[in-house]
Design a protein around this ligand. Structure first.
Ligand code: SAM
Length: 297
């Protein structure tokens, strides 16, 4: 799509072109904040691609984190024009949150009533006006994983999602045990959901242009491993195991267990080689270690 070319789509939705985004930013005196990961998508093909991956169905409530100036919000509205679905947008920047309803009313007048815009930190969201079923977001890169883990923990209705994140973070989210990039975020995310790569996005689609590449990741919630250990107990084992990379589990879990000998005992009870490294274990095995400790108390 050419810069400045206005696109009118289904139900009269006018997506934002690069010139519109710069125009709104100028009007509200916005200087994009790195601290808040404010890199806005200025290319309609990308936001339509994300909306298509979100694949809204009747009854869905889409949660968008960080709607910014509304690029993706409008594409999501376009995608629900003929579907009985609604949208909740949570934006931490109060100036952007105040401007968004005006943008939506001007560019998607028939659909703007289906959006709730909340000025809030996604890391502090506890409940929402409607239980969201789908997450669709170009996530602020510096807090992408904490936001994801928090939302999956506090919003059990979230069944699936599509997120755009920094390429390296996407790789980590999708990695399994044994992969070079598998780590605590991979294992914790696997507690909640299966993550699969859904394509690469060039840095040229953003304004301002970031100095990292991006990727899309699709998420599908699944049941956590069957265990009597709590999520917090399992995540404590994961943190300990990855806190000291390249150490054997016997050494890495010594602090968590109280001693290396106790770590070895618990690992053997869980059927895990104490000489293995955390990178080799899946979330079910971490859950098993946590359960052995609970059982021996
Ligand atoms: N969705 C827009 C787009 O694609 O053009 C903007 C995406 S931009 C990468 C990230 C957005 O998240 C910004 O608007 C930023 O202000 C917002 N944000 C940053 N931290 C946040 C948080 N903790 N909770 C909610 N929004 C946040």
């Amino acid at each position: 799509m050419r810069d400045g070319c206005e696109v009118t789509a289904g139900a009269g939705v006018r997506l934002l072109a690069a010139s519109d985004i710069r125009g709104i930013a100028r009007q509200i005196g916005l200087r994009p904040a790195k601290r808040l990961g404010q890199n806005f998508v200025v290319e309609q093909g990308t936001v339509r691609r994300i909306a298509a991956l979100a694949a809204p169905r009747p009854g869905d409530v889409i949660l968008e984190v960080g709607p910014g100036l509304g690029s993706l919000t409008l594409a999501l509205l376009e995608s629900i024009a003929d579907v009985d679905a609604r949208l909740i947008a949570v934006e931490i920047d109060p100036v952007l949150a105040a401007e968004l309803p005006r943008t939506l009313a001007a560019r998607a007048p028939a659909l703007a009533g289906r959006v709730d815009v909340l000025a809030a930190d996604a890391l502090e969201v506890a409940g929402l006006p409607w239980p969201p079923t789908v997450l669709a977001a170009n996530l602020p890169y510096n807090v992408a994983v904490p936001v994801l883990l928090h939302l999956l923990a506090v919003l059990p209705s979230l069944a699936r999602g599509v997120v755009m994140v920094q390429a390296e973070v996407a790789d980590r989210m999708c990695a399994g045990p044994g992969s070079r990039v598998y780590g605590a975020p991979s294992a914790k995310l696997a507690w909640f959901a299966a993550a699969r790569p859904a394509g690469t996005v060039p840095r040229s689609v953003f304004w301002p242009v970031p100095n990292v590449d991006s990727r899309l990741v699709c998420l599908a919630r699944h049941s956590p491993p069957a265990t009597s250990a709590s999520r917090a107990e399992v995540f404590a084992v994961i943190d300990a195991a990855f806190g000291q990379r390249r150490k054997t589990l016997r050494a890495a879990l010594a602090g968590w267990a109280g001693s290396a000998a106790e770590a070895e005992r618990l690992l053997r009870a869980a059927g895990i080689d104490p000489g293995a490294r955390g990178e080799a274990l899946g979330v079910a095995e971490f859950a098993c270690i946590a359960r052995k400790r609970g059982a021996s108390r």
